[in-house]
Design a protein around this ligand. Sequence first.
Ligand SMILES: *Cc1c(COP(=O)(O)O)cnc(C)c1O
Length: 361
Amino acid sequence: MAETGVFEKYRAYLDVPAHTKNITLLEGSTPLIPVPRLAQELGGGFELYVKFEGMNPTGSFKDRGMTVAIGEAAGRGARAAICASTGNTAASAAAYAARAGMRCVVLIPQGKVAAGKLAGAIAYGAQVLQIDGSFDDALALVVEISQRHPIALVNSLNPYRLEGQKTAAFELVDRLGDAPDWLCLPVGNAGNITAYWMGFRQYREVKSSGLPRILGVQAEGSAPLVLGHAVDHPETVATAIRIGRPARGEQALQAAEESQGRIIAVSDQAILDMQRRLAQEGIWVEPASAAGLAGLAHSLSRKEIDLRGKQVAAVCTGHGLKDPDLIASRMSAPAVLPAELAALEDAILSAQAKPFEGQAE
Ligand SMILES: *Cc1c(COP(=O)(O)O)cnc(C)c1O
């Protein structure tokens, strides 16, 4: 079968204007990785899959929505796109704008964007501007400028972003044969949780598939949907969900309620712990991406959910390579040895972390 991106693959289900172009980097069709050992560690008795959205072309799920948003903008003749971003939207917008031959401007909160994301946006040729303010301030600014100038807004306020992002729900159903019983995912600006819920509901209409219960997870220092009010100075190590005024907050709460799920908050420590556990499965995600599973672990340990016999999909939204500094700053730097066999032997045999005695030579 020929490779296609999400627009071509699911075009029949996308509510987009006829002028929308297919501007694709063959995003989507991301791996759904079974993680039985992690499920066991979390108590066992259920099936657990990681939908690894970090495997999209620019390293996050944002590509699913961006292919459609930029395709729509290009199709109506827009010459430029703009977005506010905690990083991944910037890299994605920059890449798809480049693909479409459009100019791209991104606004990011100063000093709060992970190195790999900033580098991506610059590499793809976007004009990157730092705002001495938060993501929420940056978003307010780009909304205003897009109303004054013919420049396409490609934040998730743009409905075509959600049209593209809902294809992840389609893929889950197509792959598992039905919706999972539970879906857990991180929640920042709340576009993704809204898009998944749209996608599952739409597929129920056309394919008679079921609906999952949705567990949306915020970081404690940045949890407006759990607190019930905006957070002026959101703080969390999970920069992709460091958002105090989620643009799709109402819809996120509705998705949680309608699906009989919930939105909860977990500590940065719990997020980093889950990032490490995922890495032990060979899946390196950025911190925000571990929040969904951290929330699942939290809910299980408090017996707030019962997963016996259930099937759970965890959305891991972005790749660990985007935020390498975090690992570098929290882990010890590699030891430097003289180029001698004895030194190497000594270093390997004295390492306590992963003994390999008993292994064949
Ligand atoms: C954008 C993003 C999120 C949050 O998604 P929202 O749609 O803003 O809720 C989570 N994780 C990663 C890696 C992201 O890039």
